[in-house]
Design a protein around this ligand. Structure first.
Ligand SMILES: *[C@@H]1O[C@H](CO)[C@@H](O)[C@H](O)[C@H]1NC(C)=O
Ligand SMILES: *[C@@H]1O[C@H](CO)[C@@H](O)[C@H](O)[C@H]1NC(C)=O
Ligand SMILES: *[C@@H]1O[C@H](CO)[C@@H](O)[C@H](O)[C@H]1NC(C)=O
Ligand SMILES: *[C@@H]1O[C@H](CO)[C@@H](O)[C@H](O)[C@H]1NC(C)=O
Ligand SMILES: *[C@@H]1O[C@H](CO)[C@@H](O)[C@H](O)[C@H]1NC(C)=O
Length: 652
């Protein structure tokens, strides 16, 4: 298969480089771009470089060229689906509900990239076959997804489902257009059969109503997590725990609501709202859902929800001094009957990669809808904060720390969200990531891809252009869009650096590891002794890594802590946590439920994804959970991001 893919890739690239070479760029554009500062980049990053030079090959030590990126992207997808997906179950059986929803989103996103990226004249049949293969798997996951279980999980779990199926709807729209273009060309040659044969819509459209219906149901249920009584608004994370308003649930709500407004095509299916006696529809959440009006496309309610979420989050004081989102807030003393506090005042300063990503989908969407530049500016600021916090200098296009100067076994310093220019979660270095945290880096890169995706002009097409004001607005929009694309392409060097690192964690089966930095530094796990690990990162003292070690059994998190349990030991000394909510598809557990989070004795070890072959002591990525479908999703997402941004840069 891979040779055929490679041939396809070559055909595509040949076609696209010819196209790029024959484009005559108006001089006015490049002059204007280089003589004024970019709206979204600090003055220290040269605009001329970011605008024109997409390859950076002279500056970068990377061995990756465009062919290799596409090849590696296709190969990462193939391994994920061949080795981790089970068609007869319609599932990645070792994933848990929410991580499977994210993996499904990666597949839908990859399908859009294939549909658009492989628009070669040659190889149409191969391309269609590849798309049919992955689309049929996504379709079987629609039935394999445990939608009824997810309804009883936390609000963030539900919103991953919304984003996933809206991603699939966008792919279908997208591919339908390209499919019709290619079949129209076919039809002009073969005119013997009647329109009945040739005038068919792409079959994926058959599934748009189903996908849209599921997105709508889950948006409706999740939106009940919005609460104005505490903290002046915002989404609550989990209805079964003490009130905790966290970045992820709010970012998801913003992204999902914006995407509902933009991409949800409407839904006339009233199940399960019609029959409230239907036992399947009788859980508390579904019966509270409001079917009035929620089935309409471009529903102002969705836009309003996104904007409320955005302004609440921006004023929530959830960013640290590096410009990164911390995890969230509890409310101190809110059960005090004589004087209950309702303010979000007890901050968990834990920093995760995924909290820096999901908002980007909301920001690009809100800009498309409103034309307000602040959404783009704040998105680029966030991305640049992340890049800085990996210890990467965007201006000099290299890590700030000299890797060559390290002594054997020495780690480069932690820079806030990574080291040596590579994105890292705190759990990476010790090999302690849970199934949750193993999913995080892929999420960041999925949403970075969305932020920098090609812009459709839909919003501005609806604006009047005849008037002077209209044409000024259009000019402003075009300048904004140009600077946005240029800023996105200035991230390519950093992306390439991360892709290089991630690729070096692949094992002989093409499976990606979790800790990408290990690939770059060629770290031997025996050098990671307790002393090295204890200096491996710094965190604010009030940081609780509950996504890695589970929800603490204390009054802050749980309304009735289980007193029989010994008090939780300091988090970094806790043993590697397995089982509990990490168990794959067994017993329909409610994720995040504290009693089960605490009691992991029942099925500890059953979800250990490693096989005997994987226990190579020299590979730090074999520690802990090792390589999983979630880490594969991470590798796929960073490759797709580099591939997409490189394509965009070629269009500049
Ligand atoms: C093809 O389908 C489109 C949309 O359904 C329709 O408008 C058009 O008349 C059809 N053309 C033929 C030749 O049947
Ligand atoms: C249902 O939605 C409609 C339209 O948005 C709204 O006017 C109404 O108050 C909602 N009802 C409930 C019970 O939430
Ligand atoms: C960039 O990171 C360094 C630490 O590596 C930090 O001191 C600095 O404040 C950061 N800059 C910004 C703009 O966040
Ligand atoms: C509850 O609030 C009252 C009034 O502000 C205060 O005096 C008391 O100390 C609080 N109780 C606790 C347990 O914090
Ligand atoms: C934890 O699991 C063990 C083994 O299944 C069981 O005996 C024990 O009662 C459980 N404890 C709690 C608090 O659920």
């Amino acid at each position: 298969m891979i040779t055929r893919l490679a041939r396809l890739a070559c055909a595509v690239l040949a076609a696209s480089s010819v196209a790029a070479a024959t484009v005559v760029r108006p001089n006015a554009d490049t002059d204007a771009a280089s003589s004024r500062p970019n709206l979204f980049l600090p003055a220290s990053v040269p605009v001329s470089r970011s605008a024109g030079d997409a390859e950076h090959d002279s500056r970068s030590a990377s061995a990756l060229n465009k062919f290799k990126v596409l090849d590696e992207f296709l190969e990462a997808l193939r391994v994920m689906q061949d080795d981790y997906f089970e068609p007869w179950l319609g599932q990645w059986p070792k994933a848990i509900d929410w991580t499977a929803a994210v993996i499904g989103t990666h597949v839908a996103g990859a399908l859009s990239s294939l549909s658009q990226g492989l628009s070669a004249e040659e190889g149409i049949k191969e391309k269609e076959n590849m798309i049919t293969t992955y689309f049929s798997q996504l379709l079987s996951y629609y039935f394999g997804q445990d939608a009824f279980a997810i309804r009883n999980e936390a609000y963030d779990d539900m919103l991953w489902v919304v984003l996933g199926w809206l991603e699939a709807v966008q792919f279908i729209d997208f591919h339908t257009t390209l499919y019709h273009q290619s079949t129209a060309e076919d039809d002009s040659n073969v005119n013997r059969a009647g329109p009945g044969l040739h005038n068919q819509s792409w079959y994926g459209n058959l599934w748009t109503p189903a996908f849209s219906h599921r997105a709508r149901i889950f948006w409706d249920i999740a939106s009940q997590g919005w609460d104005n009584k505490l903290c002046g608004g915002g989404m609550t994370w989990n209805p079964r725990l003490e009130p905790y308003k966290n970045a992820i649930t709010n970012e998801l709500f913003i992204a999902a609501s914006t995407s509902m407004y933009l991409y949800f095509p409407g839904d006339t299916n009233n199940s399960p709202f019609l029959n409230t006696h239907d036992p399947l529809a009788s859980d508390a959440l579904a019966s509270g859902a409001n079917s009035t009006g929620s089935g309409d496309p471009h529903n102002p309610q969705h836009l309003q929800a996104a904007l409320s979420g955005y302004f609440w989050l921006q004023h929530s004081d959830m960013k640290n001094k590096l410009g990164l989102f911390v995890d969230g807030f509890h409310i101190s003393g809110w059960k005090n009957i004589s004087n209950p506090n309702t303010r979000c005042d007890q901050r968990n300063d834990m920093v995760y990669t995924y909290n820096q990503g999901v908002l980007l989908t909301g920001q690009i969407g809100l800009w498309k809808v409103t034309g307000d530049q602040r959404f783009l500016r704040e998105g680029h600021e966030l991305i640049q904060s992340v890049i800085n916090a990996t210890g990467y200098d965007l201006f000099r296009e290299k890590p700030i720390d000299n890797i060559a100067d390290l002594k054997p076994g020495q780690l480069p310093p932690w820079r806030g969200l990574g080291r040596a220019g590579v994105l890292e979660d705190v759990c990476d270095v010790g090999g302690q990531c849970s199934q949750n945290s193993q999913t995080f880096k892929g999420i960041f890169f999925h949403h970075l891809t969305a932020f920098c995706a090609p812009l459709d002009m839909a919003y501005f097409k609806t604006q009047p252009t005849e008037s002077e004001a209209g044409s000024l607005a259009r000019e402003f929009y075009e300048r904004t869009a140009r600077d946005h694309r240029a800023a996105c392409s200035s991230y390519i060097g950093w992306l390439r650096h991360n892709v290089d690192a991630a690729l070096l964690t692949k094992d002989a089966d093409g499976k990606f590891g979790m800790w990408w930095t290990a690939g770059l530094l060629k770290i031997n796990p025996t050098s990671l002794d307790a002393a090295t690990l204890s200096d491996a990162f710094t965190l604010e003292s009030n940081s609780v890594d509950y996504r890695t070690y589970g929800v603490p059994n204390d009054n802050t998190w749980v309304s009735s802590p289980i007193l029989a349990q010994p008090p939780t030991s300091p988090m970094r000394e806790q043993p590697l946590y397995e089982g509990g909510n990490q168990a794959p598809l067994t017993g329909r557990r409610t994720k995040h439920a504290p009693a089960e989070d605490i009691n992991d004795s029942a099925d500890a070890g059953t979800s250990d994804p490693r096989t005997e072959d994987d226990h190579h002591p020299t590979d730090p990525n074999n520690r802990g959970r090792g390589r999983t479908v979630e880490t594969q999703g991470g590798g796929l997402a960073v490759l797709r991001c580099l591939w997409e941004l490189t394509q965009r840069a070629a269009d500049l």
